[in-house]
Design a protein around this ligand. Structure first.
Ligand code: BCO
Length: 301
């Protein structure tokens, strides 16, 4: 089982180099990540975006663009679709979000003719290496599904379980998180969490252990779980945090990023090919980790 992102970068070395199509590549942190990924033999790239701005950004970080193919497309929506189409037509292995807002990029991924749909729910999985926890946790879904219903949450769990297995977590423990650890009929997330937990008991969700509702303290801290008298194989040891909605997940993602010194990578799971999706403000390291993660998940599936 992988314990941190150094191990992710180590493990990915045995994979072949992947071609990444970058949507709206005119961004310094994205280009730094691409340069680093190429140096490490993780990925090569086709840069789709506004060529003059790509050159300007590259100059600022002293990056030689001669080694990369550039496709000029100044419009971010069209650049996203071109990058996605490079993957759906087999000219690239994975697609990466650059300087484009998430919704625009996701609409290209979901495009009926050129996109990467599979008939399943696509969902975001953020992998965090949190120093205070000394382990990796996965948070889902902080970026795509806004207010998932019960059956969407089931698929979001299954997608995250696939990612967890790709990084060596054989039987991931999934905490279906709510504001409290008891069922409250006025709080829909507690009802969904209890149902997901029972669906797992009955074999409707396989390959993992699901428990809920759990509040985030007793999902992450054994001490907090003990204090509240919760006995569960998941409490305090959760690998996957299933959040009830995008606001909770996104706030958790950004709080961890900006206050805890956590390292992170993020991808979409459930698509026909790996999709690398980080926040535009994330660091180049986070974008590099995301590429490495995407490569590991691609090899595992
Ligand atoms: C974590 C770091 C990065 C961030 O901070 S991200 C910031 C926050 N994230 C966002 O702003 C994006 C949130 N999500 C959205 O904006 C929207 O849900 C999204 C993905 C753009 C889709 O919205 P719309 O374009 O309005 O589309 P829609 O809901 O009407 O659906 C159109 C077709 O797509 C399908 N679809 C939507 N979400 C899907 C999913 N998760 N998996 C699989 N298919 C999905 C939907 O079923 C529909 O299909 P059809 O056309 O009826 O066949």
């Amino acid at each position: 089982m992988i314990k941190n992102f150094d191990e992710v970068l180590e493990r990915v070395k045995i994979n072949g180099i992947k071609k990444v199509a970058v949507a709206a590549a005119q961004d310094e942190t994205v280009l730094e990540a691409i340069r680093d990924a190429r140096k490490r033999g993780i990925a090569d790239a086709v840069l789709v975006g506004e060529s003059a701005r790509i050159e300007e950004a590259a100059k600022k970080i002293d990056m030689n663009l001669k080694e990369f193919e550039i496709i000029h497309e100044p419009d971010a929506a069209r650049a996203s679709l071109t990058a996605v189409e490079l993957v759906s037509t087999g000219k690239a292995d994975m697609v990466m979000k650059g300087l484009v807002d998430t919704s625009t990029f996701l609409r290209a991924v979901l495009n009926k003719e050129k996109g990467l749909r599979t008939g399943r729910i696509l969902s975001h999985v953020a992998v965090f290496d949190v120093p205070a926890l000394q382990r990796i946790i996965l948070i889902t879904d902080a970026a795509m599904n806004i207010a998932p219903d019960l059956m969407t949450k089931k698929q979001i769990i299954e997608n995250a379980v696939n990612v967890a297995k790709a990084i060596g977590i054989e039987m991931p423990k999934v905490a279906a998180v709510a504001a409290v650890e008891v069922v409250n009929p006025d709080m829909q997330p507690t009802l969904d969490a209890a149902a997901l937990s029972k669906m797992n008991d009955r074999g409707q969700i396989k390959g993992c252990l699901v428990d809920g509702p759990l509040a985030i303290d007793n999902a992450l801290s054994e001490e907090a779980a003990r204090h509240k008298g919760i006995e569960s194989p998941v409490a305090g040891k959760a690998d996957i945090i299933l959040v009830p909605n995008i606001e909770t997940g996104n706030a958790m993602y950004k709080t961890l990023t900006y206050t805890s010194g956590a390292k992170n990578g993020g991808i979409l799971a459930g698509a026909a090919a790996p999709v690398i999706l980080t926040s535009r403000a994330d660091s180049h390291e986070s974008k590099l980790y995301s590429m490495a993660l995407a490569s590991l998940v691609a090899e595992a599936n």
